[in-house]
Write a protein that binds this ligand. Sequence first.
Ligand SMILES: [Zn+2]
Length: 119
Amino acid sequence: MISGAEPSVKLSRGFLRVSVKEKVESAVIKQLLDCWYAEKALQHFSVSFERCWSAFEKQGLPRPNLKVRTMKTRWGSLSSKGNLALNLALIRAPRECIDYVMTHELCHLVHSNHELGFY
Ligand SMILES: [Zn+2]
């Protein structure tokens, strides 16, 4: 933790550097780190989305809104309102696994359940 700067989080040479204006509670540091982590996850998931979306876009399907959420029991979800959410923890998985979950959720644009047609 470094004092005297605008609140920020930076990854440098394998270390996370958290800067704050003054001494703060550890909960504030955790909140800064959680925000940074979610931001980075959204960046990576957006790249995955673009890789996977092209095959679905050609079918004229509605483009979902990508979200990052903390989930306890699922890797992802697609709501009827068109929100495609991926579990924040998925950021620790290899790219292929992120694309797999992304594709799975995008398939729900066509088949809402896991019926035979879904697979
Ligand atoms: Zn599913």
